[in-house]
Write a protein that binds this ligand. Structure first.
Ligand SMILES: NC(=O)c1ccc[n+]([C@@H]2O[C@H](COP(=O)([O-])OP(=O)(O)OC[C@H]3O[C@@H](n4cnc5c(N)ncnc54)[C@H](O)[C@@H]3O)[C@@H](O)[C@H]2O)c1
Length: 256
């Protein structure tokens, strides 16, 4: 990739205790960035900070539920306090739904999935933009999903939330491009992480029965590091003219 321009930059990665976010936090630190590891999993976040520091890098953990506005404010304040500003925001924390079709989505599932997957990225983006505008530069990368571009990759709540992430990305890309700010997204296909662990998916429910048959086109599963490489690229100077795109990282699933 050449010089990524990330050395010394202040980077916030949400959902950084596990999976794609963890791999991204480690990659940013390898590039010399100072990383805010934001997650509700305090032990996992501490492990990532320890791994970065043992390798000679710089990181701090900010823990809490990002669907809580006070936690979002704490993440931004923590980054500004620790590193003097925010150059890169990676909206990555997310949860899977129960694969339910529309008529089976409960109010609780809708609220929870939309709050974590879409409202939290909005709140974080809104909170970091004044800092980026003041600096005259910034990059926002969001972990969208194959479910951002098709109706057959998850249940209704997750699909809607991830379509919304693309809307947020494109809106910011257009409205802030003259202020030196870029907003892009990756759309991972199936990736080997813990996201489905503990998720209550009723295999006999309407959703999986409907969408499951379309998933045979998914192809091989990606490693979290393959997603992280795309996130770091979009945040880096190598992508200085790339703004408002969604980059599938899906072994060709979107091409089928
Ligand atoms: N794994 C896949 O197949 C896949 C495919 C497409 C998109 N994605 C997206 O990738 C992103 C990362 O997921 P992953 O696969 O690495 O899963 P993961 O479960 O390994 O990691 C998600 C992290 O987000 C954190 N998190 C969840 N809710 C949170 C909240 N409210 N506040 C703070 N932190 C919270 C979790 O504690 C966890 O550390 C998600 O946005 C997910 O939707 C994953």
């Amino acid at each position: 990739m050449g010089d990524t321009g990330l050395s010394g930059k202040s980077v916030v990665v949400t959902g950084a205790a596990s999976g794609i976010g963890r791999a991204a936090a480690l990659r940013f630190a390898e590039e010399g960035a100072k990383v805010v590891v934001a997650d509700l999993n305090a032990a996992g976040a501490k492990d990532v900070v320890d791994a970065i520091e043992s390798a000679g890098g710089t990181a701090v953990a900010v823990t809490g539920d990002l669907s809580d506005r006070a936690v979002v404010d704490g993440v931004v304040a923590g980054a500004v306090d620790a590193f003097g500003g925010i150059d890169v925001l990676v909206n990555n924390a997310g949860v899977m739904d129960s694969m339910s079709a529309t008529a089976d989505v409960t109010d609780d599932e809708w609220e929870r999935v939309l709050r974590i997957n879409l409202t939290a990225p909005f709140l974080l983006t809104r909170a970091v933009l004044p800092h980026m505008v003041a600096a005259g530069s910034g990059a926002i990368v969001s972990t969208a999903s194959e479910a951002s571009v098709r109706g057959s990759a998850a249940g209704t709540a997750y699909t809607v939330s991830k379509h919304g992430v693309l809307g947020l990305t494109r809106s910011v890309a257009v409205m802030y491009r003259d202020q030196g700010i870029r907003a892009n997204a990756i759309a991972p296909g199936g990736t080997l992480t813990d996201i489905a662990t503990g998720v209550d998916i009723d295999q006999d429910a309407h959703g999986p029965a409907v969408v499951g048959r379309y998933m045979s086109n998914m192809g091989r599963l990606s490693a979290p590091e393959e997603q992280a490489a795309a996130i770091v690229y979009l945040a880096s100077d190598a992508a200085s003219s790339v703004n408002g795109v969604v980059l599938p990282v899906d072994n060709g699933w979107a091409a089928v």
